[in-house]
Structures are given as structure tokens and as C-alpha cells.
Design a protein around this ligand. Sequence first.
Ligand SMILES: [Zn+2]
Ligand SMILES: [Zn+2]
Ligand SMILES: [Zn+2]
Length: 249
Amino acid sequence: MKITLLGTGDATGTPVIGCSCPTCQDALKGGKSQRTRFAILVESDCGAVLIDTGPDLRYQLLKHGTKHIDGVIWTHGHYDHFAGFAEFHRVQYNVDVYGLPETLAYILDYLQFLHPKKHERQLCEPFELIGLEFTLFEVIHPPVKKSVGVMIREGSTKVVITGDTQRDIPKMSMDLIMEPDLLIADAIVPPTVEVKKHMNTEEAFDLAREIKAKEVVFTHLSHFFKPHERAAKEFPLGYDGMSFEYTKN
Ligand SMILES: [Zn+2]
Ligand SMILES: [Zn+2]
Ligand SMILES: [Zn+2]
């Protein structure tokens, strides 16, 4: 399987409209400091699935050269995680969408002019898509009542995406996500900035240690980090277009 971080920005993206901080200035030049909103592409021999569909989806799919999507999994009903779904409209009809019942209900109410094929899924119950096994696990992202992370497995390979979450992930989820080959963790700010609803880099590192992740990459990144090339010396920061490939085993 191949995992591509299509968008590694937070809700505002970087550059932030109206901001003249060094990171936003750097982002305006178009390098790795530039971050579009959240979306992850998961590809296998059998197809492609999106984890979340942030508002920059059209640009991301064009840039990546993605021709067809076989399914969408939504982690929670925040605008920066679903609003780009409408970008498929008229390109692909009847897209299969997956998520918790309450998440699907919220998002599809907002996007009520669209009629995707709805597939309700429950926490901790694995389901198969494009030959890979996906499992939703509960995370904590107030005020959203039910927010999930996604675990993906193929053979002995295990990839964990935290989605938006605080550090206090429930035990049931922690037991499930132990020892991943790759942890893609929400780490919205460096530890110098106070944050609620998300993890900072220290907390994301701490999570990676606790679950014994073989590799960790941070995403959902804000402009509070230094420009990418400098910040990436301190933290394992993802960037738009970064990908990870695992051979079938
Ligand atoms: Zn978010
Ligand atoms: Zn800025
Ligand atoms: Zn969120």
C-alpha cells in the first residue's frame, strides 16, 4: 500500500489569509511551508481511498494525478475534513462514503445537494476496502462527540492515523493501535503554543513512544511552526505530497 499526505495543514492552511509571519511568508514562495487542508490518500493494487476530504481536494487530486476514488472515510464532521467532498460532484457520482452514523449524518446534512452511497461503520469493527483492512477507533476531540482515527492493515503492515485528537485517547483504542509501522499523528503546534482539542508535538511524540511506533510523522500542522526546512530539523513534520510505501507481505 501507498499512503500520501495530500494535505498537512490545519483548518486555516498555511499561508493563513492576512498573516505575515515568517512561515506564512515562506509558504507564499510555494515550498514545503505551504500546507493545504487535511486529506490522506491510501492506494493499493485494487484502488484508492481518501481519509477525509478537506476543502483543497480538487487541487490535491489534480496535483497528485488521481483519476478515481473508490471510497471516502470521514474521521469527524469538521469543515476542514469534509468540505472538499463537493469537489467530486459532477466528476464522480455515487461515491461510497464510510464513517460513524453520527458523522455521516452531520456531513451529509451539510452536503445535502449530494447523494453519495452511505456506509455506516462502528468503532473497532474492521471492514475491507481496496483489499486493505480499515478500522475506526475512538479519539477525543471536543466539542465533537464522536471523532475517530483510522487504522489500516495489509498483511503484517499496520498504519495508524490519529485524526484530530487530544493526547488522552481511550484505552480501548490504545490497545488496538499498538506497534504500528507508521503513526501519522495530529501535532498542530510546537510545545511553546498552548492548544486544546489537538496534540502538540510533545504529546504526539509521547503517544508514539507509548504505542511503540516504528516511525512517526506529524500532520495537521499550523503556521506556528518555523518555516518547514528549519522546523523539520526539530520535528518529523510531514509535508504536502509526502508518501510512504509498503510492499505486500
Ligand atoms: Zn482538523
Ligand atoms: Zn502565519
Ligand atoms: Zn477537527
